[in-house]
Design a protein around this ligand. Sequence first.
Ligand SMILES: Cc1cc2nc3c(=O)[nH]c(=O)nc-3n(C[C@H](O)[C@H](O)[C@H](O)COP(=O)(O)OP(=O)(O)OC[C@H]3O[C@@H](n4cnc5c(N)ncnc54)[C@H](O)[C@@H]3O)c2cc1C
Length: 497
Amino acid sequence: MTGGQKEHTNSEVLTNGHGKSGVAVPSLQDGFIDIPETASYPTGSLDFLAKLQKQEDKRASTSVDAEEPSKVKLNITIVGAGLGGLAAAIALTRKGHKVTIFEQAPELGEVGAGIQIPSNSSRLLIKWGLEPFLAGKIVKPHNIAFRRWENGKAIGLTKLIPQFERDFDAPYYVIHRAHFHDAMYRLALKLGIDVKINSRVNEYDEASGSITLGNGESYSADLVIASDGLKSVARQIVLGGVDQAPRRTGFAAYRATVDVEKMKAYPDTAEILAKPNLNLWVGDLRHVMTYTIAGGKAFNMVLSHPDRSDPSTWNSQSPDKILSGMREHFNGWDPTLRKIIDMIDSTMKWPLMSGSTLKKWISSSGRLLIMGDAAHAMVPYMSQGAAMAVEDAAALAEAIHLAKNKSDLPQALHVWETVRRERSGQMQEASLINGKLWHFADGPLQQARDEGMAPEVDGRDFVSSPNQWSDPTTQRWCYGYDAEAEIRKAFSRTSKL
Ligand SMILES: Cc1cc2nc3c(=O)[nH]c(=O)nc-3n(C[C@H](O)[C@H](O)[C@H](O)COP(=O)(O)OP(=O)(O)OC[C@H]3O[C@@H](n4cnc5c(N)ncnc54)[C@H](O)[C@@H]3O)c2cc1C
């Protein structure tokens, strides 16, 4: 540097000496209008600044374990050690809170086979230091192929590699649920989180922040977080006594896995495995989502179909009856898909439920809150249910982190509740909309949809798409979302009021 010129660091360009901002803003005197630091309208024009800020943050933090402790330190009880409860425990412990989880099951684990970890979730998980615990277990799919029900012809295509990692700064993973859950559990243990199994919470005292277990033991905390799933008991307490439980959608999903060795025996089914892609066959009221898990050893399938029968009767059906029912639903579908369906030895049937936006997630005392499926159950068509729980967790830790003292806590929790209710409510809606987009019978709507997706397959430019994984606006909203930054933005808006 010569002639008295000052060398500007990235950090100065971004903050201009006024703390983190995202946009360089000249210093203005009182009385002049403020130039907004971030945009409230959908735009990508400020992305480069956010990217620089992230690089700056990465340089500043030397290891994933380094996290600035929160000023307000809480003693926190979490109910439920599902993916949501573990995510909350990890995010909060990293900020210096003392967390104990109570889980009713005698053993930890996850039911079902595969799960997608989209970029909006993987970005947070990687930051938390989960990646080493996932080693050898994850699959990084190259793309998502939408296929015509009848013949498997590609009708839509989302390129995940390299686009998602490049555009959203995080990979798109698929994994066996048991492996994902185990990785989260091991990270929780590494962080010193106390996970108590065989510990069913029977009662909540929301006014005092205490819980009572089935064996009569009671525990008090500054904050109780109920991540107790779709059938949450805490939800009704938070809502003041009248539950707003998730409702049936008239659809159910068969979940199954197929040994990839069986598929390798035939050229057409082997071709499906050639690249580790997600393949989605869509047709009249039905779809089949598939991908490989367990480091590529198992082929995961979710087969969605209409079913208005009472789920309580499903347990009494013989495994053979469930299998033959599944096959009947996909009679006449793509012969390659049919061949794979015939390779399924056993399956489970799941009712698909959806909640609607709840009026509140925090009890009147402010000592009990709900998150995860307890707060925002959704149909799995955006593959975002657990991802929303991971976002809830990161956002909650960030909101509490922004409280300067305990008296700020109610406001911090309120900001979290407002931001998360909106985000997860929109995701519930997007998930239901996929159910509409994918399930057209052959006819004018299906043809218009397929024409709308055709540029993806032909390699032509497009500004919108009926494929929500590819549609540029939906993509950015869904996968580019930064759960912590959104809380910081909401805080700065509230502090200006
Ligand atoms: C077919 C299907 C496919 C899906 N695919 C995806 C996907 O690809 N990507 C994605 O992100 N999401 C997906 N989801 C959604 C995802 O599985 C859920 O959103 C997520 O698992 C919810 O986690 P949770 O921790 O909130 O709830 P849960 O997993 O239900 O955990 C709740 C925990 O609380 C415990 N508990 C309940 N009551 C008590 C009590 N009183 N005392 C103590 N413990 C208690 C339970 O035993 C359980 O362990 C899918 C869902 C389905 C059905």
